[in-house]
Design a protein around this ligand. Structure first.
Ligand SMILES: NC(=O)c1ccc[n+]([C@@H]2O[C@H](COP(=O)([O-])OP(=O)(O)OC[C@H]3O[C@@H](n4cnc5c(N)ncnc54)[C@H](OP(=O)(O)O)[C@@H]3O)[C@@H](O)[C@H]2O)c1
Length: 386
């Protein structure tokens, strides 16, 4: 049966890859809604090709431009946060792909969970800051949260026929980013262009920088805790530069399950759409004889100290992950605007969260309040350094 899909963040890296999957499986999936940020040019092309019923843009003026261009199609055009939430809750949706970056994706993701449909989750920051609330809401509405992040999709795939009580530990792999082999003393000289040049994955700017600092892996630990109900001590990271093994799950009897594939986000995206079925994908076969060796290394937390703070946030829970995510979002934004050096990223984040008094968070309003407070504090720290 044909399934209706809406994409939040359709103009981004995950959004574009999702549309490729849908084009390939056009006899199974149909686009009903697309939400974008500011890229009107690309959204127009997507409208012409996929003919959604509703689209949303971040700004009203961009929405008006689209409305005028496509009035003849009977397209509904909405805008702002409410616009993205409307796309998440389109009655006809069977699946909502949540791929807006950062905490900006939280309310639309929550709206999708509240609608009780399948949520293909790429927006890891939502789980990091509001994992408990999203899980509670999904239990209430029956929404299925299927991970899109390749590591979490790997764990999910390993566990399809397993009893989760039998898990001993989960190991998320990390490519190590562009600076895995950079000597610690040379980390001072890293430029924005070098940090944006990821050796394995082509992704949006924010997640690419997070991959260079390894904060991405820290956020993924917290995401995994909520997705798979794991204790912090059950979660580990291994550097695996080939990015072929996406995750490993050790069961209590000593068996270790691994999920492997070529480095292509269309594989986990497609799985999140077709689960529990599998469909042919337009991706290269994995040829291990060409790759020859698969290497695994411990993370050097002296070189990538954000992993230590992320582990602390994982252990403490409550408002700490919210604070850490807020500081990180502000710092990455400043680094992308060249207001901060790569070598300052850790110091600023540490200073922004070290005095944070961890408390329970019980509402979305509290999450946004902490996010605002920490972002303001981080901006001040950055300004003092400029
Ligand atoms: N890329 C990957 O391979 C990958 C892998 C695993 C997980 N993820 C996660 O998936 C999420 C998306 O990553 P990405 O690489 O696809 O990022 P990206 O390329 O930067 O795309 C982000 C998308 O969100 C839209 N957007 C941003 N702010 C918005 C707002 N306020 N309202 C509506 N739309 C907004 C952007 O629109 P415009 O471009 O139109 O402004 C774009 O469509 C992140 O949470 C990331 O951590 C990504």
């Amino acid at each position: 049966m044909m399934k209706n899909v809406s994409i939040l963040g359709s103009t981004g890296s995950i959004g574009r890859n999702t549309l490729q999957v849908i084009e390939h499986l056009s006899d199974k999936f149909n686009i009903v809604g697309l939400a974008a940020g500011k890229n009107t040019k690309l959204l127009k092309k997507q409208v012409e090709k996929f003919k959604p019923k509703v689209v949303s843009l971040e700004r009203t003026e961009d929405a008006q431009e689209i409305m005028q261009a496509y009035s003849h199609l009977g397209l509904r055009v909405v805008s702002g946060r409410e616009g993205a939430e409307e796309i998440a809750q389109i009655e006809d949706n069977d699946i909502v792909v949540c791929a807006i970056t950062g905490i900006n994706g939280l309310l639309p993701t929550l709206a999708a969970v509240k609608a009780g449909k399948r949520v293909a989750l790429a927006n890891k920051e939502s789980m990091v800051v509001a994992g408990s609330l999203l899980k509670k809401e999904a239990n209430r509405t029956g929404a299925e949260i299927i991970p899109v992040d390749s590591e979490h999709s790997g764990v999910f795939q390993c566990l399809v026929k397993e009893n989760r009580e039998n898990i001993k530990r989960v190991i998320l792999t990390a490519s190590g980013g562009p600076f895995f082999r950079t000597p610690k003393e040379d980390m001072q000289k890293i430029t924005l262009e070098e940090a944006l040049n990821h050796p394995r994955w082509k992704m949006g700017a924010k997640v690419t920088i997070d991959s260079a600092t390894l904060m991405n892996k820290g956020l993924e630990l917290i995401e995994a805790k909520w997705l798979f109900d794991l204790h912090p001590q059950q979660l580990e990271i291994l550097i695996h530069p080939q990015s072929i093994v996406h995750s490993l799950v050790e069961m209590k009897d000593g068996s270790v399950l691994a999920q492997m594939s070529t480095t292509d986000m269309r594989i986990p995206i497609q799985y999140a759409l077709t689960y529990p079925q599998r469909e042919k994908a337009p991706v290269a076969s994995l040829d291990l004889s060409q790759i020859q060796s698969l290497d695994f290394f411990e993370v050097d937390t002296n070189k990538f100290p954000l992993i230590k703070i992320a582990r602390l946030a994982l252990k403490e829970g409550g408002s700490f992950p919210v604070a850490l995510n807020a500081a990180n979002e502000e710092v990455v934004d400043a680094f992308l605007k060249k207001k901060l050096r790569f070598s300052e990223v850790y110091d600023v984040i540490r200073e922004a969260v070290e005095a944070h008094d961890t408390r329970e968070v019980n509402s979305i309003e509290e999450i946004f309040q902490i996010d605002r407070e920490i972002k303001m504090k981080t901006r001040k720290i950055i300004e003092q350094r400029c």
